[in-house]
Design a protein. Structure first.
Length: 575
């Protein structure tokens, strides 16, 4: 449907009446308020403000009134390259979103389909036929925020290969003048090298990039599936220019070389929005840089894809649907705790629930969820943010990490006053969350009254499907696995191939331990029994230990027994 055919068919109020969304009395009330404000407010806006309907219902009704399709917009529905067809300021000012282009027809989402002047202007600017869909202004702005996260977005969408390394010009003398260094950092060899490193890291599913100088060498390493491996050794003379290029991209001070700096870079790699978190640290031989690669596509996942066993998945879904209480995800750094929390929030996310998060930093923007980032230097820490958040009428609260006494006590109080609280802790196992909360100063009876469940997890590498091969492990391993699972399965491992960089592994999966206390265990928590006693009671109550969940994945041919031995403290029979 082109812009010329966007014509009103029925008044908005009549469409809402026909749909049974509102009553005539509610329309009259909104019209009365509109008159008192001199017709400066739209009818739909007033109906939402008065609580008579939602903005999605208004958008659907507007779509019907003007004879255009209605769509609930998400970033996955849009082509990032098409978003770039119009100036960012134009998109923000008029609240429009180019979605995709087929031949010479451009599909755009608008919140006001009656505004034919904007539609005509888009047709003029793009020289395309324009097809209109109606969406809420909130959805359009949220999607724009995903694709236009900052004024400076670096597009790395060209196909880059290792032949680019052959074209680098050696920089024999490090420039001392900051202006000269900035000029060198913008030269093609340096820009191409940094782009190649970022592009390759995303392509190889790296989670981190390390730039490590020593006396004579510069080493670049990627962390893939939890393990570091060396990617390349660029000319050592390029170190200062490479660091300066990264600082420029992250909007950091290239003149500051004696203090640590942190920043972020927003890039598009093959039309995928990627966030890069940059940490620069002065070292003996120059500045060391670590870049954390955050791929939104991987973080926005569902619970079913996280490796839960059937029973654990069923029970975890039940606990996160409690109306109030606290649910904790525990494990060491890099064990996927935040990914699990994001998946849980996505499971709970709907129009009837107010979900708010407090994070440090916000790692992934989720449509429909209110996310807040702490700033310790400004005094906006987890505890103060959580206090303020409780006045925002939340139903579900996610706290990035409980790391001090104040945050722990406020989170527990929030759980006791009708809120569902999700958060993370650093503990070795699931029952250990109880003793950790008590160590942070939460009274045992409050832990007992508020804790719904604790989930401990680790990430283990999966066997590469391209070089997977059956083998026979040591007899002691077979006997121990038989003792745990009741049978001796076939054992598999990867023999190593080009696709897995000869590691035998490709990708990772989580192993879990879900602790759901019953009344007996809650009484034990109140009495502050030792952790070992609590863990024994939990296993007797049906908790599947982390090690057994891992061994079950070994029996299923997903991972190896070596991975379970490496990541979890396994029963001594397996040692």
């Amino acid at each position: 449907m082109t812009n010329s055919s966007v014509q009103t068919k029925l008044p908005l109020g009549q469409v809402l009446l026909n749909r049974g969304v509102i009553t005539q009395e509610q329309i009259d009330a909104a019209l009365d308020k509109q008159q008192t404000q001199g017709h400066s407010r739209l009818l739909g806006e007033l109906l939402v403000e008065l609580g008579f309907c939602t903005d999605n219902q208004i958008a659907a009704a507007l779509a019907e009134a003007y004879g255009v399709p209605y769509a609930q917009i998400t970033p996955r529905l849009c082509d990032p390259e098409v978003v770039e067809l119009l100036e960012h300021e134009f998109l923000k000012e008029h609240v429009v979103l180019p979605m995709f282009k087929v031949l010479d027809t451009l599909t755009i989402a608008v919140s006001e389909p009656a505004n034919v002047f904007v539609i005509d202007e888009i047709r003029r600017l793009t020289d395309c036929r324009v097809q209109v869909v109606c969406a809420t202004a909130r959805d359009i702005r949220a999607t724009l925020q995903t694709y236009l996260p900052a004024a400076n977005v670096f597009v790395i969408d060209e196909i880059i290969d290792e032949s680019v390394l052959e074209n680098f010009s050696m920089i024999e003398n490090l420039p001392e003048d900051i202006t000269d260094l900035e000029d060198v950092a913008d030269q093609a060899p340096v820009v191409k090298l940094v782009n190649y490193i970022i592009y390759s890291a995303v392509h190889e599913n790296a989670s981190d990039i390390h730039f490590e100088p020593d006396e004579k060498n510069l080493r670049v390493r990627y962390r893939v599936d939890g393990r570091l491996y060396e990617k390349m050794r660029p000319p050592w003379q390029m170190h200062a220019a490479i660091v300066s290029r990264i600082k420029i991209m992250a909007d950091l001070d290239i003149a500051q070389r004696r203090l640590p700096q942190d920043g972020s870079i927003h890039v598009l790699v093959q039309a995928r929005p990627i966030d890069l978190r940059v940490s620069v640290m002065p070292g003996v031989y120059g500045e060391k840089v670590v870049i954390r690669v955050i791929d939104f596509r991987k973080m926005l996942t569902n619970l079913e894809s996280l490796g839960f066993g059937y029973d654990n998945l069923t029970q975890f879904k039940q606990v996160i649907n409690h109306p109030n209480g606290i649910v904790l995800v525990t494990g060491p750094t890099g064990s996927g705790k935040n990914t699990t929390l994001y998946a849980a929030l996505s499971e709970l996310n709907n129009e009837q629930v107010n979900i708010c998060t407090v994070e440090d930093p916000v790692e992934c923007n989720i449509h429909g969820i209110n996310q807040f980032e702490v700033h310790d230097l400004a005094g906006f820490n987890f505890a103060s943010a959580l206090r303020s958040l409780l006045r925002q009428d939340p139903d579900v609260i996610m706290v990035g990490e409980i790391r001090d006494r104040d945050t722990a006590n406020i989170a527990v109080q929030a759980a006791l006053t009708g809120h569902l609280v999700l958060s993370t802790l650093h503990t070795n196992d699931a029952p250990g969350a109880v003793t950790r909360l008590i160590d942070l100063g939460v009274a045992p009876y409050l832990v007992s009254a508020s804790l719904i469940a604790s989930l401990s997890q680790r990430l283990v590498r999966k066997i590469c499907p391209n070089c997977k091969d059956e083998y026979e492990p040591a007899h002691s391993i077979c006997k121990a696995v038989e003792k745990w699972t009741g049978s001796v399965p076939k054992f598999y491992r990867g023999i190593g191939c080009k696709k897995c960089r000869n590691t035998g592994y490709s990708g990772r999966i989580a192993i879990h331990e879900l602790f759901i206390p019953d009344d007996k265990i809650l009484d034990m928590i109140t009495q502050s029994v030792p952790l070992k006693t609590l863990r024994t009671a939990a296993i007797e109550n049906g908790m599947v230990p982390l090690q057994l969940d891992g061994i079950q994945k070994v029996a299923a041919g997903i991972t190896t027994i070596d991975e379970i031995l490496r990541t979890a403290a396994v029963n001594e029979d397996l040692q």
